[in-house]
Design a protein around this ligand. Structure first.
Ligand code: CO
Ligand code: CO
Length: 340
């Protein structure tokens, strides 16, 4: 098989290719209120920017549905497939749901990349779906100049166990379940300035399922949760805070960051999407840390961890259920995000 660097075929890096929250709002504004977007059984829809849609089945159960597709974040086809699957499953876990079925989507430059490579991508994605006990029931493929891969995932949840973005209360603690720095490292991989060890730590982080982080939400009585992906920690925290009508404080020194990420950022590994996050969230952030550290908090993640707001009394239980989870700040009355 020829040596192929898949990230060369991508104009950006993974979730950093996402449009910014403000661009997304602009796109949706003209179709807001469209009759197809509401239904009495729709519990969580497009009118709120949550991780997944939730549709009641009428028996106390609901469907949780999401789709996530992106361009190569790593060069290895099999690892890219695994990352894409873990990332797509994450939005179901972030709602407290259990994934049951998935549809895959593959865009492939037929004339430039052999099908031996797409086979690796599919195999990686399917292996992770198998681990997650989520059945791949079908899919769709197109010829496209830029490769893309991902899944639409459907899960189930008890209606009274749905955890949304809204519901965080002043006094809650904020917990993050995976380290940041993924966008910086995947940008460095694309620019060929990343060591194999640092690249491996990012792949290990991205392919780690948020299954435990999601299933522990109910036991902890979590008030709100979301997964940290393309909008970065600050962007997703802002959405959680606004949906809940609260403010937040983040303690930078408590936020876990993958080792090597700070150094790569100094070397210029910084994605355009992360800069858009930074610009978009800056007006809402009151920061007493240096700008470069603040950038780490705006870094676009692919398959990042869950950001959870929960009562102080529930924190020890959640931290012991979820390896790697750490307390990074708290929810306060008011608006905006303070970074100290
Ligand atoms: Co999400
Ligand atoms: Co998503």
């Amino acid at each position: 098989m020829p040596e192929v660097r898949l990230t060369r075929y991508s104009h950006g890096a993974g979730c950093a290719c996402k449009l910014s929250p403000s661009e997304l709002k602009e796109i949706l504004r003209p179709v807001r209120g469209h009759p197809a977007l509401s239904h009495p059984d729709l519990l969580v829809g497009l009118s709120v920017a949550d991780d997944a849609g939730v549709y009641s089945l009428g028996n106390g159960r609901a469907l949780v549905q999401t789709v996530d597709i992106f361009t190569p974040v790593v060069d290895d086809p099999y690892e890219w497939g695994r990352v894409a699957a873990a990332n797509a499953l994450s939005d179901v876990y972030a709602m407290g749901g259990t994934p049951i079925t998935a549809l895959n989507y593959l865009a492939w430059p037929r004339d430039q990349l052999p099908f031996e490579i797409s086979e690796g991508v599919l195999r990686g994605g399917f292996d992770v779906m198998k681990d997650a006990e989520c059945t791949v029931v079908g899919g769709h493929s197109v010829d496209s100049p830029e490769p893309s891969f991902g899944f639409a995932v459907t899960g189930l949840v008890d209606v009274d166990r749905v955890v949304t973005l809204a519901g965080a209360q002043a006094g809650d603690q904020l917990v993050l379940t995976k380290p940041l720095g993924i966008g910086i490292i995947t940008t460095a991989i694309k620019r060929e300035i990343c060591s194999p060890e640092v690249a491996k730590s990012a792949v290990d982080t991205m392919t780690q399922l948020n299954r435990e982080a999601g299933s522990a939400l109910f036991a902890a009585g979590a008030h709100a949760a979301t997964d940290v992906t393309g909008f970065g920690l600050l962007g997703h925290l802002r959405e959680l805070a606004e949906a809940s009508g609260v403010g937040a404080v983040v303690r930078y020194d408590d936020v876990p960051v993958l080792s090597g990420a700070r150094e790569l950022l100094e070397q210029g590994a910084w994605a355009g999407g992360s800069q858009r996050n930074f610009d978009s969230v800056s007006p809402f952030v009151d920061s007493s840390i240096d700008e470069s550290s603040l950038r780490v908090l705006a870094d676009a993640q692919t398959s990042g961890g869950l950001l959870v707001a929960l009562d102080s009394s529930a924190v020890p239980g959640y931290l012991s259920d979820v390896p790697g989870a750490v307390k990074i700040g708290e929810v306060v009355a008011g608006t905006g995000i303070k970074v100290v």
